[in-house]
Design a protein around this ligand. Structure first.
Ligand SMILES: Nc1nc2c(c(=O)[nH]1)N[C@H]1C(S)=C(S)[C@@H](COP(=O)(O)OP(=O)(O)OC[C@H]3O[C@@H](n4cnc5c(N)ncnc54)[C@H](O)[C@@H]3O)O[C@H]1N2
Ligand code: MOO
Length: 405
């Protein structure tokens, strides 16, 4: 078992254990948002289907309209209408115009369009106050070319991408199965919200904050009932939960008194590392139990969330084959001091904002790992290498919380 390793070394071990999921399910478009695309997708159609008009107006021959102006309008005969969805099927001849509506195909014989506001209709005729031009024609395949690949394996299915898939002709999408992530909170003092809180008790927040993070990373959280005090009890709960891809436990890792989970690991597990040089979250543990990857998140509410963000989220991204980064890093100007940890890399909760063309960050205040409020008020972590503090005005590295603003 490795101990007291760096964040980078720990992440490498975590990622080594993350095996991309092979299973793909076909989901209707409305169920696909937030999922990860499991295959390359090429367009089944051209879009636009054919050359069409970008404006409401009249299609005609450009040569017929050259020199048209308010003082010298050009008169064309209107020979038909082409609303979107009901294309004009005839052929336009010189001196003629067809009334068209945005999205309608350009009739055969026409090569230009004039906007309706630059015309005057008079019975079967239309006066053009300007020359018609080809600029308002959208060309066949301008957006999508039949057979070309536009969406890629590993893409996060954002609303724009789901919309694009629909435009490409797909009613169902191959989506990577969401990894099932068990969440097991330990600790005798931990009580479920809604129950009376006894002296010295604390409500279970970890299961719920971490479940939200799992969901946000693309996983399916499975909150397990509080661990009973035997390995068999935990095993029975896990069996009831069905097959898991990762088990997250919270609590009980600080001094190796890892209670049931420790017993489980001793009997049938392998600990890959315990303790990482970071704060909060120093006592993080990572193991394999009975073939199941197990991340022992520290019990302190902030530590559990921060370690999930730094290690659990990248693990799930790899399982899902996501091609986007699990989190981003940017630079900001510190508005308040940020305290260093002498021996570990520190991640300080902060409020990040954009002001006068630059990012600025301010501490959320009390940085104790028990102050969960800081994860609600804050929207970012300031990253400080061991021994390096930051003073107001210094430029610092910042990780914005994914999905927060
Ligand atoms: N003597 C030492 N004590 C501690 C050390 C150490 O190195 N030596 N490390 C500290 C650090 S750092 C952390 S982080 C915590 C981690 O402790 P554990 O993982 O063993 O967690 P617990 O002791 O079970 O709980 C810590 C804290 O968090 C509260 N908690 C636990 N579970 C939940 C939950 N589901 N929801 C809300 N709050 C929870 C618990 O009541 C404790 O207050 O250890 C330090 N101690
Ligand atoms: O690592 Mo603990 O999370 O410092 O509080």
């Amino acid at each position: 078992m490795k101990q007291n390793i760096t964040v980078e070394a720990a992440l490498e071990i975590v990622l080594q254990q993350a095996k991309p999921l092979e299973s793909i399910e076909l989901l209707p478009l409305t169920a696909a948002y937030g999922g990860i695309l499991g295959a390359e997708l090429s367009a089944k159609v051209n879009h636009p289907y054919t050359d069409d008009t970008a404006v409401d107006g009249y299609a005609c021959l450009e040569a017929d309209t050259r020199g048209a102006s308010l003082g010298n309008p050009v008169k064309l005969k209107v020979v038909g209408q082409s609303p979107a969805g009901k294309p004009f099927t005839g052929k336009l001849e010189p001196g003629e115009a067809v009334q068209v509506f945005t999205g309608a195909p350009i009739p055969r014989g026409a090569n230009a369009v004039i906007r309706v506001e630059d015309t005057l209709r008079e019975g079967d005729y239309v006066w053009l106050m300007k020359p018609a031009s080809a600029a308002d024609i959208r060309r066949k395949g301008d957006d999508l070319v039949l057979g070309q690949t536009y969406l890629h394996k590993g893409d996060l299915l954002t609303p724009g991408r789901v919309g694009l898939a629909a435009a490409m002709g797909y009613d169902q999408l191959p989506v990577v199965r969401r990894p099932r992530v068990g969440i097991l909170s330990t600790g005798d003092e931990v009580v479920e919200p809604g129950e009376p809180l006894p002296y010295g008790g604390v409500y279970n927040s970890n299961s719920y904050s971490v479940a939200g993070l799992v969901l946000e990373a693309g996983g399916e959280p499975v909150i397990l009932p509080k661990a009973s005090d035997s390995v068999e009890g935990v095993r029975a709960q896990l069996q009831r939960a069905g097959k898991l891809d990762l088990l997250l436990t919270t609590g009980g890792v600080s001094m190796g008194e890892y209670d049931i989970v420790r017993q489980m690991l001793e009997r049938e597990g392998e600990i890959h590392f315990w303790k990482v040089k970071l704060q909060p979250g120093g006592p993080l543990l990572f193991a394999t139990w009975n073939g199941l990857p197990l991340m022992g998140l520290p019990g302190n509410p902030v530590s559990a969330m921060v370690t999930f963000l730094l290690f659990g989220r990248p693990f799930l991204f790899k399982l899902l084959g996501r091609t986007d980064a699990p989190y981003s890093l940017l630079r900001a100007v510190a508005d308040t001091p940020f305290e260093a940890n002498p021996t570990r890399r520190a991640y300080r909760r902060a409020v990040l904002r954009w002001e006068n063309d630059r990012y600025r960050v301010a501490s959320t205040g009390n940085q104790s790992s028990g102050v969960l409020n800081s994860m609600a008020v804050g929207n970012a972590l300031v990253v400080l290498e061991a021994g390096l503090l930051a003073q107001p005005g210094d430029s610092v590295d910042v990780i914005p919380f994914p999905g927060a603003s």
